[in-house]
Design a protein around this ligand. Structure first.
Ligand code: PHE
Length: 456
């Protein structure tokens, strides 16, 4: 069978991105989200800062990049939803259809992640009217904390916000790929600009260097294997890899686009936004005597403080939470698209019906997280609350496993012919990719994994 011809001529059922830029924007839109601005700072804070950040950065570049390239190339070659693509390529490259299970795990991870992601996105949406009504003006660390605690203590408002977010998500995803494309165009630059304004402010906060020291002084005694696993899970999470989102987007990528260049742009954009968020938040934490290990509420208890003290703070805070909600939305689309694309391709339901069914399931699962911060806060098992368990299972287990299997598949199962064709011939970058994807990434991920669960 001539794979080359197949890879090149296969067309996606959902249409293609209109340009290379549109693809990069969409993947960046999926990558940049709450992971960068909400999750990265709070996890770095909980895991002692510096050492965690450095390990995270290593994972982003040494594991994240080769995995992302693998996902895009697999997606573009298969041009179907992740499950069908893995099945097709698995069979085509001379193997069994067992590889489709990577797709199944990815689609499930997306659904599970979105169940809690939507709740946090709901918090973000709720902060838009709070910002607009000037609720942050003249506050101090204590009153800002109270504002947040009172809000999440009420399950009704948290669930309502989660419902609104899932509804918006449903409407956008029901309209297809073109909807995705339009949504991401103007958001990223806006978000970057606002973060930059906040960054300038944090430079003058008086504690900027404390924040920098916290983020970059590598104190490895503060980091255990669990922390390393968390850093790896977070790297996968912020880059949206290991669950088929990038694979699903890759399916719509025109054949002539360079996968390597696209990956580099996305990774740099994603990492810069996370670092910038950290450099805004940690100086604030120290300037206001807050605790960097605060947890999932860290961002919601720090950023409003700056806005409250800034000129035009009410206006900027409103825009900021609007943009952050949009960033969450474009990520959420990436989390849901694999499941929806799979359902559209394998059932007779329309895209709208599939989106509705999947959104409802996710909404229902999300109730567990919504209640983890109030009514069911004391209901703890294995790793803590329902939210903490869903997060651990998805970020620390499913995404890294998905990442190992995906790179393993690309580097060991697919022929050199197929991969080199997708990555533009036998260049130096191809050789680096192949080395990292073949040996480094799978071995590194497995070692960390086995260490963290105590098997070695
Ligand atoms: N990368 C997104 C973020 O940082 C989350 C995400 C994960 C989106 C996996 C899609 C797939 O917020």
């Amino acid at each position: 069978m001539n794979n080359n011809v197949q890879g090149e001529t296969r067309q996606s059922l959902h249409g293609n991105w209109s340009s290379r830029l549109a693809f990069i924007l969409a993947v960046t839109g999926s990558a940049v989200g709450l992971g960068n601005i909400w999750k990265f700072p709070y996890m770095a804070g909980q895991n002692g800062g510096g050492a965690f950040v450095i390990v995270y950065l290593m994972f982003v570049f040494l594991i994240g990049m080769p995995v992302m390239m693998s996902e895009i190339l697999i997606g573009r070659r298969g041009r179907r939803n992740p499950i069908a693509t893995m099945k097709l390529l698995g069979e085509e490259e001379g193997n069994s259809d067992i590889w489709k299970w990577i797709g199944v795990m990815g689609v499930s991870a997306g659904v599970l992640i979105l169940s809690y992601y939507s709740v946090i996105a709901g918090w973000t949406i709720t902060y838009i009217p709070k910002a607009f009504l000037g609720e942050f003006v003249g506050t101090d660390a204590t009153s800002i904390s109270k504002l947040f605690d009172n809000f999440v203590a009420n399950p009704v408002s948290v669930i309502l916000a989660h419902t609104i977010f899932m509804a918006i998500n449903f409407f956008i995803i029901a309209s297809g790929v073109k909807g995705l494309e339009k949504a991401v165009r103007f958001l990223m630059p806006g978000l970057l600009l606002l973060l930059f304004i906040l960054f300038l402010y944090s430079l003058t906060s008086g504690s900027f260097m404390d924040g920098v020291r916290f983020m970059f002084t590598p104190n490895f005694s503060a980091l255990n294997w669990d922390g390393v696993l968390t850093a790896m899970g977070l790297a996968c999470f912020t880059l949206s890899i290991g669950m088929g989102a990038i694979m699903a987007y890759g399916a719509y990528l025109p054949q002539e686009t360079s996968i390597t260049n696209a990956t580099v742009s996305v990774v740099i954009a994603d990492t810069s936004i996370a670092m910038l968020a950290g450099l805004v938040i940690f100086p604030l934490v120290f300037a206001n005597g807050l605790n960097p290990g605060e947890g999932p509420d860290l961002v919601f208890k720090t950023l409003p403080l700056v806005f409250g003290q800034m000129q035009a703070g009410t206006f900027l805070a409103t825009i900021f939470f609007v943009l952050l909600s949009f960033a969450a939305l474009t990520s959420a689309l990436g989390l849901m698209e694999p499941a929806v694309a799979w359902m559209v391709e394998s059932t007779d339901y329309t895209r709208k019906q599939c989106a509705g069914i999947i959104a409802s399931i996710i909404w229902f699962l999300g109730l567990g997280t919504a209640l983890s911060f109030n009514t069911m806060a004391d209901f703890k098992f294995i790793n803590g609350t329902i939210y903490e368990n869903v997060d651990f299972l998805t970020s620390n287990i499913m995404l890294p496993l998905g990442a190992v299997f995906t790179t393993f598949f690309a580097a060991w199962i697919m022929s050199k012919n197929s991969t080199s064709e997708e990555l533009g011939g036998h260049s130096v970058t191809y050789r680096i990719w192949r080395f990292l994807a073949k040996y480094f990434s799978p071995i590194a991920i497995l070692i960390i994994f086995l260490q963290a669960i105590g098997w070695i």
